[in-house]
Design a binder for this molecule. Structure first.
Ligand code: PAF
Length: 268
């Protein structure tokens, strides 16, 4: 990587936890278009999983991932192991404050500390000019933008739009956990978001009413448990009571034991 930088070639970076799907590949294609060299990392980061979460079960298929990453023109696939990322004695973490406390931070209190720490390490190792993150993990994207500004990384963060299955389900490696009936229930997330967009477009401004309607829709499906449904300012992630300016609706729902997240823009 040092050699490439000396040759003044630009580097785009897509960090992933593997089990690649079309959502990841779309981020890689964006990176491919915007820089001379495309680096992808594949690393299931233990620091962002709490005890009892799905670290061990997280789907992995390195050979398939390497083939897919290569198929979209990735130049370098970086596959560190735990000894490299968290060598004995490791004890320094990057801890997002306010932005990491709400939404997913409530039920996953160490998650964003793990993400910010590993992304900081990956940025320092890869030294990209551009890094691409998916809008599907919207809170993560906002936190990474903050991290880059706060730590003067000088990296341009590019957001890739959420890629969806034909029926609207946001692509996620965790969709692999869903049984057929749960797959149907999982559709309630994107449906609720689309219905919320339609409500706003027809003039509804009361965030409480929009959230109540979305909650009713999702909980009408078997095996769904709402973790949160919020309408927030797109940058501060503070709750909005009125949708009278651009807003993000974000939600996390357990379908069976699989926790899924999704989000959409509301308003213009
Ligand atoms: O979004 C992900 O896959 C992960 O949170 C990331 C950014 C690769 C850090 O482990």
């Amino acid at each position: 990587m040092h050699q490439l930088r000396c040759e003044a070639r630009t580097i785009a970076f897509v960090p992933t936890m593997g089990y690649l799907h079309e959502g990841h590949l779309s981020l890689m294609r964006l990176g491919r278009e915007q820089a001379d060299i495309l680096v992808v990392s594949i690393y299931v980061n233990p620091a962002q999983f709490a005890p009892g979460e799905d670290f061990e079960a997280y789907p992995r298929d390195m050979q398939r991932d390497l083939d897919l990453a290569t198929s979209v023109g990735t130049d370098i696939v970086f596959t560190p192991d735990d000894d490299m990322m968290y060598a004995e004695g490791f004890q320094t973490y990057v801890h997002p404050e306010r932005l990491g406390k709400g939404l997913c931070g409530i039920s996953r209190p160490i998650f964003f500390r793990g993400v910010a720490t590993v992304v900081t390490k990956l940025f320092n190792i890869v030294r990209p000019d551009i890094a691409i993150f998916g809008e599907k993990d919207y809170q993560q994207l906002v936190i990474i933008r903050r991290l880059v500004a706060d730590f003067n990384f000088g990296i341009e963060i590019v957001a890739g739009p959420t890629v969806r299955e034909a029926d609207g389900l946001a692509m996620s490696s965790r969709n692999a956990y869903l049984h057929d009936d749960q797959r149907r229930a999982a559709l309630s997330l994107s449906q609720a978001l689309q219905q919320s967009q339609a409500l706003v477009n027809s003039g509804e401004r009361d965030a409480g009413k929009i959230i109540a309607a979305a909650t009713r829709h999702i909980t009408s499906f078997d095996q769904t448990t709402v973790d949160y449904i919020v309408i927030v300012d797109p940058e501060t992630l503070e709750d909005l009571t009125l949708v009278d300016r651009p807003a993000r609706m974000a939600l996390a729902v357990k379908v069976g034991s699989t926790r899924l997240i999704d989000n959409m823009v509301l308003g213009n």
